[in-house]
Design a protein around this ligand. Structure first.
Ligand code: AMP
Length: 290
């Protein structure tokens, strides 16, 4: 595996790869890699000639400085995981490579509506940071395919819209959520869950399954009440439990007339904020459901 830390290094490698007509697939990450990330790498391997991963703990997407500071950075083990999971190129830039002084990286896509729901209100500036860094990484890597996880449903929908508006010639592929045996969605935050609370951590997933069970047979308001109750009963602090249109991300009030419907949840278990989602009505032309 090649490890590049500068834009010029990775670009000259990839320019050559492109001149040989290699299909480049790209998986951006913040590191602290788990099986969820590694399945994205596997997907990238299956479709690409050259698999590029990046590890960059992007400061502009952290609205809470202590969250940025606490973010785990097990670099040695991450590099080992990538090199043994089919990754050809790791881009590992310093902040100055991604954000060189004097470069205007403002992204000119209008994403309001998508960014101001769900994660938006509780994480001001987060999606602006995500959009800026993903656009910058796409400019550097120029991949044929970008693979992102459904775990961050809203993030992936926002990036899809950015790619559409800016006509970026990269295909966005959404990979299904990778879960622990009991259904808890894998996340680097899971390591911080109090072991005494770990047995109930999969309640979010159970509530999502319950919502899918009630799809079409109950009113949306009732589904939200029942599923929120399940989560609150287990001692979570609930931020949102919402049923949305999979494209506009707006809450829906009727089951009918949507291409896809997704149930999304965010809740605190002790000191750890968890998110999860389930596609309960998939767009037929879409991507696998988890
Ligand atoms: P992160 O390092 O948290 O930015 O995640 C990098 C990529 O991995 C994002 O596209 C995430 O959506 C994806 N990802 C993280 N956890 C999972 C998971 N449990 N299943 C599938 N994809 C995931």
């Amino acid at each position: 595996m090649h490890v590049f830390t500068t834009v010029s290094q990775i670009q000259s490698f990839l320019d050559h790869a492109r001149s040989q007509h290699n299909y480049i697939s790209f998986v951006p990450t913040l590191g602290a890699l788990h099986q969820g990330h590694l399945q994205l790498m596997e997907h990238a391997r299956a479709i690409g000639d050259i698999v590029v991963a990046s590890i960059f703990v992007n400061p502009t997407q952290f609205n809470d400085p202590s969250d940025l500071e606490k973010y785990p950075r097990p670099l040695r083990s991450d590099i080992h995981k990538l090199s043994t999971n089919g990754v050809d190129v790791l881009f590992l830039p310093m902040d100055e490579e991604v954000y060189p002084p004097g470069l205007d990286l403002k992204v000119s896509a209008d994403l309001t509506g998508l960014t101001d729901v769900m994660e938006g209100p509780s994480r001001p500036g987060h999606f602006e940071g995500v959009v800026t860094v993903v656009k910058r990484l796409l400019d550097i890597v120029q991949p044929d395919a970008l693979i992102m996880g459904q775990k961050d449903y809203q993030q992936q929908a926002i990036i899809a819209e950015m790619i559409r508006q800016l006509a970026i010639p990269t295909k966005l592929i959404r990979h299904e959520i990778v879960r622990d045996k009991d259904g808890l969605a894998l996340s680097s935050r899971n390591a911080r869950i109090d072991p005494a609370l770990r047995p109930v951590a999969n309640t979010l997933y159970k509530a999502l399954l319950q919502a899918k069970e009630l799809y079409l047979t109950s009113d949306i308001g009732d589904v939200i009440d029942i599923c929120s109750g399940m989560i609150l009963d287990q001692g979570f602090k609930l931020e949102y439990f919402t049923i949305i249109d999979g494209t506009t991300l707006q809450p829906i009030h009727h089951w009918e007339h949507h291409d896809s419907i997704v149930v999304c949840v965010a809740a605190w278990l002790g000191e750890v904020r968890l998110i999860d989602n389930k596609i309960i009505y998939p767009n037929k032309s879409s991507i696998p459901e988890s």
